[in-house]
Design a protein around this ligand. Structure first.
Ligand code: B4P
Length: 192
């Protein structure tokens, strides 16, 4: 089973590369951003609460996202593995994910981090904000807050996987195919 964490700041290309990985490896895509936007679209209580935080560039509480991931792992027991996209975003989420997988006799195979500088992140997110309808992409101030949240709360998650010898990092600037080729080479080495 291949369980991959795709890591990087907002706009690094996690969602973009996930789509290519699904095609190549038939993994189940678990994006907490997409799951939260689904709750918002359905107008659930969880979605209403999450929307306030997301529109302001803040992280949603750990218990909320861990609960969503736990439900998804339970309802997808027989797949070839998972791509975790945008999760874990805190060390507490990473610890919870290890426990959830351990209870299913599984584990994370590795984390791949996409390195992209802040100017390029801002450029990409503002560009997407023009037609995505995502309020968190349209405003430079909110994008700055998201990058700050990443540096403050999410960046330490890399250390969690480094300590387990499961961390790889690549340059996330270049064409989508060039970046995918680097990810592909890492995964193929893991699968040998
Ligand atoms: P996410 O939905 O995870 O949003 P993201 O970080 O912006 O996405 P990503 O890095 O996947 O960017 P993409 O590939 O789409 O999170 C949104 C919010 O949800 C968070 O701020 C938080 O509030 C909340 N949330 C989610 N998960 C949470 C958690 N675990 N805990 C707490 N809160 C949580 O790429 C962005 C743009 O770049 C696209 O337009 C794409 O086309 C472009 N792009 C991609 N690759 C490119 C390339 N190589 N060159 C040029 N452009 C490229």
């Amino acid at each position: 089973m291949l369980n991959l964490v795709l890591f990087g700041p907002p706009g690094a290309g996690k969602g973009t590369q996930s789509q290519k990985l699904i095609e190549q490896y038939g993994l189940i895509h678990l994006s907490t951003g997409d799951l939260l936007r689904g709750e918002i679209a359905q107008g659930t209580e969880l979605g209403l609460e999450a929307k306030k935080l997301m529109d302001d560039g803040k992280l949603v509480p750990d218990a909320v996202v861990i609960g969503m991931i736990s439900n998804k792992l339970d309802s997808n027991k027989d797949g070839k593995g998972f791509i975790f996209d945008g999760f874990p975003r805190t060390v507490a989420q990473a610890e919870a994910l290890d426990s959830l997988l351990e209870s299913k006799a599984s584990a994370i195979s590795g984390m791949i981090a996409l390195e992209v500088d802040d100017d390029e992140l801002l450029r990409r997110l503002l560009l997407r904000g023009k037609d995505s309808g995502r309020p968190d992409d349209a405003n430079p101030e909110v994008i700055s807050k998201r990058i700050h949240e990443y540096n403050d709360k999410t960046a330490p998650v890399a250390g969690f996987y480094k300590n387990q010898g499961k961390f790889k990092s690549i340059n996330g600037i270049g064409s989508v195919n060039e970046i995918f080729a680097q990810i592909h080479a890492i995964i193929e080495a893991w699968l040998k």
